[in-house]
Design a protein around this ligand. Structure first.
Ligand SMILES: [Zn+2]
Ligand SMILES: [Zn+2]
Length: 420
C-alpha cells in the first residue's frame, strides 16, 4: 500500500468544515481591514529564503526541502510566507510604488522537522503583511486582526505576548550585554547554547532546556536598552491596544528566531498544544525590503498556523451539512428518470446524490441516511406510470407525491420544505 511521507497529512471531509470556517473567518477579517489576497508560489530560488530568513536560523540551516532543478539551480519549497511576499513586492513594479500596500496569503508551507503534535512537515498558514509605514498604528492593526480571527474562530484560552526588540542601533548594545552575561555563565549552558553564543546570541533566549531556562531568568532584558524612538513606538502600540481593549502580556524575552525583525514582536500562545505553544506570531521588519534590494520600506505582519488553530477549536461543534436530496430508484427506466431529475434539481441549486447500481429500496434509504440527506425522492414503477415522484422527509418519515414533470415547481417545493 502506498503511504504518505511522515509529517504530511490528508485533510478528509470530516475535518474540512472546521478547517474552512477558520479560513472564512480569516478572509472576512482581512477584507474588513482592506487586506487583499496575494497568491505566492510554493517554491522559490533558495536564495529568497537564505537571504530573507537568515543562514544562521534553524529553518534555513536544517529544515528546508531544497533540490536542484534540471538546469542545476537550487529551489526550495517555501518554509514560510513573508520572504516570498517581500520578494514579490520588490519584484512587482506597481504595488511597490503605492504609499502603503496590504496583502494576505494562505497555503501550505514545508519544513523538514521531526513530526509531533502541532508540528508537521507540510503545514498550512495564513498571514498578512503591510508595507510602507512605520506607524505603530499598523503594529496594532495586524495584532488586532489576529485577535479578531482568534476570537471569531471560537478560540478562548489564549494569551497575546508582546515585546520590542529595538532597532539595529539599540539592539547591538543589548546583544553585547547579553553576550557578556551568558559568557559569564558559559559552563552552565547546554551544548547547543554554547554554539549559539558564537553565532546568534539572541537565540539563546529561545532555548527550552532546563539549565538554560533558569539562566535566562536573570538575563538582562531588551526593554531596558531601547533607544528613545523605539521606546516611544512601543509605548504607542500599547496605548492602541489598551484603548481598544486588547489584552496582552509583556514578555521581554520574546525575540523570535528570525533575523529581520525590528521593534515589535508578538505571539498568540496557548498551553493547550503541548510543546508547540504559539499558534500565531509576527512583528515588524523594517529592514527586510532593503535587504531584498528594494527601496527602504518599513513593514509589519504575522502568520498563523491553521493546523494549530484547528487543534484548538476541535471541540467546538460545527453542523455538518449533508446532501439535500437522495434519489431512490428501481433501475432501468427509473434510473434514467432519476438521473434526468437529479441534473435538473442540481441546476436549480439543490444538492443531489444517487447510486446508479440497482439495489433494494432498503439499502438505498440506508445510504440516504448515511449521507445525511434531508429528503429521499423515490422512483419506482408506480411513480413512472403516474409521472410523479414520492418525496420522503428523512427525519419524520412522512411522504407525499409530487408532479415529476414540472422541475421548477418541484425544486421550489423542496426548497420550501427542506431549506435549513
Ligand atoms: Zn532603537
Ligand atoms: Zn540551551
Amino acid at each position: 500500500m502506498l503511504q504518505k511521507p511522515p509529517g504530511i497529512e490528508d485533510i478528509f471531509p470530516d475535518r474540512i468544515e472546521r478547517w474552512n470556517s477558520i479560513m472564512d473567518t480569516a478572509r472576512a477579517v482581512f477584507s474588513l481591514h482592506n487586506y487583499r489576497e496575494l497568491v505566492i508560489p510554493v517554491m522559490e530560488y533558495t536564495e529568497v529564503f537564505s537571504r530573507g530568513i537568515g543562514d544562521q536560523t534553524d529553518i534555513v540551516s536544517k529544515e528546508m526541502f531544497t533540490f536542484e532543478d534540471r538546469g542545476g539551480r537550487s529551489l526550495t519549497l517555501r518554509p514560510e510566507g513573508t520572504a516570498s511576499v517581500v520578494r514579490a513586492y520588490v519584484e512587482n513594479g506597481e504595488y511597490n510604488r503605492l504609499a502603503t500596500a496590504k496583502f494576505f496569503y494562505a497555503g501550505p508551507m514545508f519544513r523538514a522537522e521531526r513530526p509531533q503534535k502541532g508540528r508537521l512537515r507540510q503545514f498550512n498558514q495564513f498571514g498578512a503583511e503591510l508595507f510602507g509605514s512605520s506607524h505603530p498604528y499598523y503594529d496594532y492593526e495586524v495584532i488586532s486582526m489576529m485577535d479578531s480571527i482568534t476570537k471569531n474562530a471560537g478560540i478562548k484560552d489564549y494569551s497575546l505576548l508582546i515585546n520590542s526588540i529595538g532597532c539595529p542601533q539599540c539592539r547591538g548594545e543589548y546583544i553585547a550585554e547579553l553576550r557578556r552575561y551568558y559568557l559569564s555563565r558559559r559552563d552552565e549552558l547546554c551544548g547547543d547554547c554554547k554554539n549559539r553564543l558564537e553565532k546568534n546570541t539572541l537565540r539563546l533566549l529561545d532555548c527550552k532546556k532546563e539549565p538554560c531556562i533558569a539562566i535566562k531568568k536573570e538575563a538582562p532584558v531588551i526593554t531596558d536598552y531601547l533607544c528613545e524612538a523605539c521606546r516611544e513606538h512601543h509605548t504607542e502600540l500599547k496605548k492602541y491596544l489598551d484603548n481598544n481593549s486588547i489584552t496582552y502580556r509583556e514578555d521581554p524575552f520574546l525575540v523570535r528566531g528570525l533575523d529581520y525583525y525590528t521593534r515589535t514582536t508578538f505571539e498568540f500562545v496557548t498551553d493547550r498544544l503541548g510543546g508547540q505553544n504559539a499558534f500565531a506570531a509576527g512583528g515588524r521588519y523594517d529592514n527586510l525590503v532593503e535587504h531584498f534590494d528594494g527601496k527602504p520600506t518599513p513593514a509589519v505582519g504575522f502568520a498563523a498556523g491553521i493546523e494549530r488553530m484547528y487543534l484548538l477549536i476541535e471541540d467546538i461543534p460545527v453542523s455538518e451539512k449533508g446532501v439535500s436530496v437522495y434519489m431512490v430508484h428501481t433501475g432501468g427506466e427509473a434510473l434514467e428518470q432519476a438521473v434526468r431529475l437529479a441534473s435538473g434539481l442540481r441546476a436549480c441549486g439543490i444538492s443531489v446524490d444517487l447510486d446508479p447500481e440497482t439495489k433494494g429500496f432498503k439499502s438505498q434509504f440506508k445510504k440516504a441516511d448515511r449521507e445525511k440527506a434531508q429528503a429521499a425522492l423515490v422512483f419506482g414503477g408506480d411513480e413512472l406510470a403516474a409521472g410523479t415522484v414520492t418525496v420522503r422527509d428523512m427525519k419524520s418519515g412522512e411522504q407525499d407525491s409530487q408532479d415529476a414533470s414540472d422541475l421548477q415547481a418541484l425544486a421550489r417545493i423542496l426548497k420550501e420544505k427542506f431549506s435549513s
